[in-house]
Design a protein around this ligand. Structure first.
Ligand code: HEC
Length: 113
């Protein structure tokens, strides 16, 4: 009985030690990977496609325009809105804070100066 408890304790300790290395937070996704996976389908790999034929081409925006626009999509109003703008609300909502920062950094790399 005592052994079993000790085993369980050691086992949970091992699990605890192993967990962080498997958590998603540790899967460091870089901005480029995120962009290619989650944004390029609509915006083009190099940011030159107008998404749904209506968005601006990311590659023709300045860094501050992108930063401003992207952060506007994180608002509740956008997320709850209907229509095409809600599309971007869903995109930004799906990103963790870190992913958001990384992808913003990446799209800034093809922004007009
Ligand atoms: C399903 C298609 C789709 C995906 C995927 C998508 N977008 Fe968009 N994006 C749009 C549409 C549509 C708009 C225009 C929405 C609006 O403002 O009305 C837009 C607008 C934008 C804008 C502002 C452009 C402008 O016209 O001012 C930025 C910046 C942007 N998206 C970045 C991203 C990033 C970064 C990702 C990936 C995390 C992403 N988008 C994924 C469809 C998409």
């Amino acid at each position: 009985m005592k052994n079993k408890r000790a085993f369980r304790r050691v086992f949970s300790l091992i699990l605890l030690l192993l967990l962080p290395s498997f958590s998603f937070a540790d899967v460091a996704l870089d901005g480029e990977t995120i962009f290619k996976k989650r944004c390029a389908g609509c915006h083009g790999v190099d940011g030159t496609s107008p998404a749904y034929g209506i968005s601006r081409k990311l590659a023709e925006m300045t860094k501050s325009e992108m930063t401003e626009k992207l952060s506007s999509y994180t608002s509740k109003e956008i997320l709850n809105s209907k229509g095409v703008t809600a599309v971007m609300g869903k995109q930004t909502a799906a990103l963790s804070k870190k992913e958001y920062e990384e992808v913003l950094k990446y799209i800034s790399s093809f922004a007009v100066k």
